[in-house]
Design a protein around this ligand. Structure first.
Ligand SMILES: Nc1ncnc2c1ncn2[C@@H]1O[C@H](COP(=O)(O)OP(=O)(O)O)[C@@H](O)[C@H]1O
Ligand SMILES: [Mg+2]
Length: 469
């Protein structure tokens, strides 16, 4: 067979991956390292080398599978293997196959992998799947033939699979049923991928502008990062309240009429609600200028505001406050308040008081990234989001947020996260790009220290209704 398979040379890490003969090979560490490329190439090489071998490539969703594998393989295997679109199988003339699979939920996973047999299975972005799913997939790598049996996984820190991937490939902490000599790990970094460095130098720049912990994960491949304060970049520095550099908290100023006004809202079922007013300057910079924050819940839990009380207060503030009265205000709220559960939906109460909202975009990780982007300081030391120092509950709760232990790029939802949710809804109405706010380090001590004492005393004590009117 004549091969006009154009072989771009692998980089050093990709070579290590091609040569690795362990049963379980983890290839990863950071984005853009050339992992998906290497998986596809390795599968194709195995197919050419072992006539009749059966390989699989899994990715969680079809769009990701298509972009990362189907489309490039159609190009790379053109004239070498034929593609069956409905079965998503590349067939080589020597009888070898690469089957492309995706499954985004337990039912699809069962259908796809039940009774399947692979000699080699590649799981691309394995940190997107749980350990239970991994066990189901692993069981399909079997068969009575002499072909090698291998499982290749690529991975990035973060995601639901963070813990099990870290355990097997980074910490190398094994159960009795697992044989340590079967596992190996290759660390790829974005800098290892020369092709990417040349074609998209801005990519590294956008990774470098992330807050330090996410940057350590995605740029340096660190797996020990998802602990501690979630918004570690948040700084409340009274010394800079006036010049507004390297601080997120500032002295209030009069909101000029040309600024746009937004209102974001998170309803608290038995926890605090957070209603937040944002003023946006002509550069798109947001200022949290006013907050109404407090408890709802059952009467025996203490002071409670029913929805009508909450929305009549919001309506009053917007009627009377000099910054808001007679202004167009765009509202955005947690879509959960549209749910009725048989009774009156909370949004009906809001409508009754003339307090109107759009449904928020609830994509959590993307929303947190938007908050990170807005919090990062530009070259002039200014972030894209400020908080007036009168908005105490925002300033108090942002530093309390911690990483989730189950979904490391998310935050721990058991904490007092209502302001942060509301802030996220706001951010998603006006997304910005990472490059709008190239991060600069600030030469001061760890903000965590500053809030540690406060965290211990305030954590979980919601207190009564507080309005900063
Ligand atoms: N050895 C290589 N030669 C040419 N291009 C490569 C090579 N390795 C990776 N690339 C290209 O670099 C980009 C990022 O690689 P990819 O495999 O998608 O990274 P990852 O899966 O680690 O995020 C892709 O466009 C890919 O085709
Ligand atoms: Mg990839």
């Amino acid at each position: 067979m004549k091969l006009d398979f154009k072989i771009e040379p692998p980089n050093e890490k990709q070579k290590l991956f091609f040569l690795d003969q362990h049963k379980y090979v983890g290839y990863g560490g950071a984005r853009g390292g050339g992992k998906s490329w290497a998986l596809r190439r390795k599968m194709a090489m195995m197919c050419l080398y072992y006539p009749g071998i059966k390989c699989g490539i899994y990715r969680r969703t079809y769009p990701e599978l298509r972009n990362n594998h189907v489309v490039p393989l159609l190009r790379e295997l053109h004239g070498i293997a034929s593609f069956n679109e409905s079965k998503k199988i590349f067939k080589f003339p020597n009888g070898s196959v690469i089957e492309l699979c995706y499954a985004d939920n337990q039912k699809d996973l069962g259908q796809k992998f039940q009774g399947q047999e692979f000699d080699i299975l590649s799981i691309d972005e394995a940190t997107q799947i749980s350990e239970e799913w991994f066990a189901i997939m692993k069981a399909t790598v079997r068969g009575v033939n002499s072909f090698p049996k291998r499982i290749y996984i690529t991975c990035n820190p973060g995601g639901v699979g963070h813990s099990w991937v870290k355990r097997l490939f980074i910490d190398r902490s094994y159960k009795d049923s697992e044989d340590p000599s079967e596992y190996s790990f290759i660390q790829a970094l974005p800098h290892d991928n020369k092709a990417l460095m040349e074609s998209d130098p801005d990519y590294i720049k956008s990774l470098a502008s992330l807050p330090p912990k996410l940057r350590a994960a995605w740029l340096e491949g660190s797996w020990d990062i998802f602990m501690g304060q979630f918004f570690e970049e948040f700084i409340d520095d009274p010394q800079h309240y006036h010049d507004r550099r390297y601080t997120h908290v500032i002295e209030p100023f009069e909101i000029p009429p040309r600024f746009e006004i937004y209102r974001s809202f998170d309803w608290g079922y038995s926890k605090p609600f957070s209603c937040d007013w944002w003023a946006i300057d002509t550069e798109g910079r947001a200022y949290l200028c006013h907050q109404l924050y407090g408890c709802t819940g059952t009467p025996d839990e203490g002071i409670k505001w029913a929805p009508d009380k909450v929305f009549s207060e919001i309506a009053r503030i917007e009627r009377e406050h000099r910054w808001f009265k007679d202004r167009a205000i765009r509202g955005v709220a947690d879509s959960a308040i549209w749910a009725s559960d048989g009774g009156e939906a909370i949004i009906e109460s809001a409508d009754r008081h003339g307090v109107y909202f759009d449904k928020s975009d609830k994509t959590r990780v993307a929303g947190w990234m938007q908050m990170h982007y807005r919090l990062s300081f530009g070259d002039d030391g200014r972030p894209m989001m400020y908080f007036f120092n009168t908005c105490r509950h925002a300033i108090r709760t942002i530093p309390l947020m911690q990483y989730s232990q189950t979904l490391p790029e998310d935050l721990d939802t058991s904490l007092e996260d209502h302001f942060c949710d509301s802030c996220r809804y706001f951010c998603m109405t006006r997304p910005i790009s990472a490059r709008d706010a190239a991060r600069k380090e600030r030469p001061i001590s760890d903000p965590l220290d500053q809030f540690e004492r406060e965290r211990r005393t305030i954590y979980n004590s919601y207190g009564a209704i507080r309005s900063e009117v």
